[in-house]
Design a protein around this ligand. Structure first.
Ligand SMILES: Cc1cc2nc3c(=O)[nH]c(=O)nc-3n(C[C@H](O)[C@H](O)[C@H](O)COP(=O)(O)OP(=O)(O)OC[C@H]3O[C@@H](n4cnc5c(N)ncnc54)[C@H](O)[C@@H]3O)c2cc1C
Length: 403
């Protein structure tokens, strides 16, 4: 089951079109997101835990390259072992390698039946532990979302609700009626074994929508709490087994900050978001928001995770690419970019950090004349091309070094 679309269509419009056919496209990022932007950012959403991300749901693309070539990246076949995977090269390239003009998407059947459940915990760690236990139990949930107590408070303020202001997990179970109910009861037991309480679930469409509405409007709810502030929204992602550790460390730091910070996580994927509210006119608040973001990224990287699970690196997080992937991977990305877009006309300044040339000379005195000449020649070339260049020795930066 697949569909061929142009990149400007929104995922919500597409799903309205598909509904009469009993089909849907199972990615649900921001309400206004278009399929082209979703491909370019390798986006996902709350359903990724069941259906995967854009990487898993795009069959092929048509892309216009910088030199005008129009490339079809794959056939319509469900699987293929033919050549390099150009589809996946383009997915997540943030418009830096070409312009996507056509997309073939994999579709899913609308589930027969679903149950939505909600429960509370004393700590975010307990909530994260249940998300992990649920995934480890093999239950095929379609959504596992975690909200901390600050986020629940924001939802209460924004919607005039009276939800218990504790760390909260929300689940969706799908399948046949019997299967969805059976999964609900298994998770209910897991919740009670991990200090969870107030387990409620809904099966009627209206009641289910009411429960999900709280989650879907979480970001806007933050602004209801602090209408005059701006939000720095950041996300990181770690292997599921490290999620509880990441959340505990980050939550401690966020709670200690003078800024209001909320936590929302696609917990079944190990994907953790924060909304950090700050006054853009107060420089120290902006710096504090950046510090918290930096802290979270480093916590995730130290736990074998990534600096961004969903939102791409754009310009803000490209500085973390080398730390996350290593210089060799980054160098390979730069080579791909240079070959496909030699004049740097495709989203210049995004994703690929500016070139730099660093040479570390551990024992300067053993460098022979030939290697010294080669080094200086490369250094001069960098300067001619306005590329940052630094030459280090064990004793520090050389006196004639200019950045
Ligand atoms: C309330 C809210 C909730 C969100 N939740 C999620 C979530 O759960 N998961 C998630 O992953 N994201 C989420 N997002 C982020 C958002 O939905 C994504 O950033 C989205 O994938 C981008 O789509 P867009 O159409 O807005 O793209 P744009 O912002 O317009 O573009 C994004 C990038 O893609 C490039 N691009 C756009 N079209 C093309 C094209 N045709 N060819 C090549 N490059 C192109 C642009 O140049 C740009 O670099 C959320 C956002 C909001 C506001």
């Amino acid at each position: 089951m697949d569909v061929v679309v142009e990149p400007g269509i929104g995922w919500m419009e597409l799903n309205e079109y598909l509904e009469p056919y009993g089909l849907f496209f199972p990615l649900d990022p921001g309400p206004g997101a278009s399929i082209g932007g979703m491909c370019a950012t390798r986006c996902s959403g709350s359903l990724a835990v069941r259906y995967g991300t854009m990487r898993d749901n795009v069959i092929s693309l048509k892309v216009v390259l910088a030199n005008g070539d129009v490339v079809k990246t794959a056939s319509r076949a469900r699987k293929s072992a033919a050549g390099y995977d150009l589809t996946r090269l383009m997915i997540g390239s943030e418009g830096t390698l070409g312009v996507i003009t056509e997309v073939t998407l994999r579709l899913q059947k609308i589930p027969q039946y679903s149950v939505v459940a909600m429960c509370n915990f004393r700590s975010v760690k307990d909530a994260a532990d249940v998300a992990i236990a649920t995934m480890m139990s093999g239950i095929q949930v379609s959504r596992v979302e975690l909200l901390d107590e600050v986020q629940v408070k924001a939802i209460n303020i924004a919607n005039g609700k009276n939800l218990p202001e504790y760390p909260t997990l929300m689940f969706e179970f799908i399948g046949t009626e019997a299967y969805a109910r059976e999964q609900t009861q298994i998770v209910r037991k897991l919740v009670s074994e991990h200090n969870g309480s107030d387990f409620v679930f809904a099966e009627e469409p209206e009641a289910k929508n009411e429960l999900w509405k709280a989650r879907k409007e979480a970001l806007w709810a933050c602004f209801a709490m602090e209408p005059n502030l701006e939000a720095m929204i950041s996300d990181v992602c770690v292997p599921l087994s490290h999620l509880a550790d990441l959340i505990s460390r980050s939550k401690k730091e966020l709670d200690a900050s003078p800024l209001v910070c909320t936590v929302i996580a696609h917990a079944g994927d190990g994907n953790f978001h924060t909304v950090i509210l700050f006054d853009p006119n107060q420089e120290e608040e902006r710096r504090e928001a950046e510090r918290l973001n930096h802290f979270m990224v480093h916590a995730a990287l130290s736990l074998e995770g990534t600096c961004t699970g969903e939102h791409g690196v754009g310009t803000g997080k490209m500085k973390y690419l080398e730390e996350e992937l290593g210089v060799e991977a980054l160098r390979t990305m730069k080579k791909i970019k240079a070959v496909l877009d030699p004049n740097n006309i495709m989203n210049p300044g995004k994703l690929i950090p500016p070139h730099s040339y660093t040479v570390r000379v551990y024992r300067w005195e053993i460098l022979d004349l030939y290697h010294y000449a080669q080094l200086m020649c490369n250094y001069a070339k960098c300067q001619r091309n306005k590329v940052n260049a630094r030459v280090f020795s064990a004793e520090g930066v050389l006196p004639h070094e200019i950045e």
